[in-house]
Design a protein around this ligand. Structure first.
Ligand code: SAM
Ligand code: SF4
Length: 320
């Protein structure tokens, strides 16, 4: 289905949980989110599947599972298996912090998962621990390797770059792209949620590119059919790609094709807007599928042309 700005909305990102086993400094406070959802307020898998089925009727073809940390939700493998039985869906991805990926990768692959995006902001053990407050780098690297060797490809590594925190690792990540066949994507730090944002931590795509090119020479552009918001490049002789996602300094909204469903059943037309439609309330009131469909259509039509406002929810409860 097209929105009011002629964008084809065919991608639904589903947050299945608001909890997480890490506490990344830019996403969650150290003590965790104080008002976690009670179990009864989280959409059941059956409810999510119902929404997905209606989404499919409206043209949704691609799904990404996220959170919180999606691998913490019980029954996630079975849920993905059920999603993969929906014929019209041709792409199911998962965004994870990778901590539990090694033990889940095989079952996820068998269940029909196509690929994974792993968030990894540092290749140094100490820095990784500092950023995540809890995590062990080794667990994530083993998860990434397992996913890759099983064929959950392309493996994408998402790096949120913050000045003075991990910008000294930009070159390490660039060097890594020479050795591994992953797509390593640098993401601009975004002003999302109440705790995280500090302007002085922001570093733009152009600055990151400059740092890489100064050391390794010109980044060679790579054109990809379905790159979403990312722009891709390769270093001479590298196995992997380097990508840039720059919501704050590039016009990525013109290509935006996505909706987001939060764990509590709120459908969001845009990451950068707190507009939400409560699908859970509609579902649980026993409303007909027609009414639910109408609400989803209305949400698509509310999609703003560009970034509207700073979202108040932390990213962990929206599902990045
Ligand atoms: N826990 C999973 C993970 O970390 O991949 C999935 C949820 S997490 C909220 C999704 C993505 O959002 C992660 O890649 C994370 O780095 C990113 N993220 C969270 N807060 C962000 C911010 N303020 N700016 C940019 N990216 C952010
Ligand atoms: Fe958890 Fe992902 Fe947020 Fe880190 S970015 S605290 S892993 S939800």
């Amino acid at each position: 289905m097209k929105d009011n700005y002629n964008r084809n909305i065919d991608y639904l990102r589903i947050s299945v949980i608001d909890r997480c086993n890490l506490r990344c400094i830019y996403c969650m406070p150290e003590e965790g989110i104080s008002n976690l959802l009670p179990h009864s307020e989280i959409l059941t898998y059956e409810e999510i599947l119902k929404i997905v089925q209606i989404g499919v009727d409206l043209g949704i073809r691609k799904i990404r599972i996220t959170g919180g940390e999606p691998l913490l939700r019980r029954g996630i493998v079975n849920f993905i298996e059920n999603l993969s039985k929906i014929e019209e869906i041709n792409d199911i991805g998962l965004t994870t912090n990778g901590v539990l990926l090694k033990s889940f990768a095989k079952d996820l692959y068998k269940a029909g998962l196509k690929r994974v995006n792993v968030s990894l902001d540092s290749l140094s053990e100490d820095k990784f621990r500092y950023i995540t407050r809890i995590g062990n780098l080794k667990d994530v690297l083993e998860g990434v390797e397992e996913a890759y060797s099983l064929g959950l490809k392309p493996v994408k590594i998402n790096v949120v770059v913050m000045r003075g925190i991990n910008d000294d690792e930009i070159l390490n990540f660039a060097l890594w792209s020479k050795e591994v066949e992953y797509q390593i994507r640098f993401i601009e730090f975004m002003p999302i949620g109440p705790n995280s944002w500090r302007k002085e931590l922001f570093i733009s795509k152009d600055d990151i590119k400059r740092i890489i090119e100064k050391e390794f020479g010109k980044l060679i552009p790579v054109s990809m059919k379905k790159s979403g918001p990312a722009e891709y490049f390769i270093l001479e002789g590298a196995k992997g790609l380097l990508g840039f996602i720059s919501p704050l300094t590039s016009h990525i909204c013109v290509r935006c094709n996505r909706l987001r469903l939060t764990a509590e059943g709120k459908l969001r037309p845009c990451l950068f807007s707190d507009k939400e439609v409560d699908l859970k309330q509609i579902l649980r009131s026993g409303a007909s599928e027609e009414i639910l469909k109408e609400k989803i259509i209305n949400t698509i039509l509310q999609k703003p042309q560009g970034m509207a406002e700073r979202p108040q929810r932390p990213m962990s409860t929206i599902g990045g």
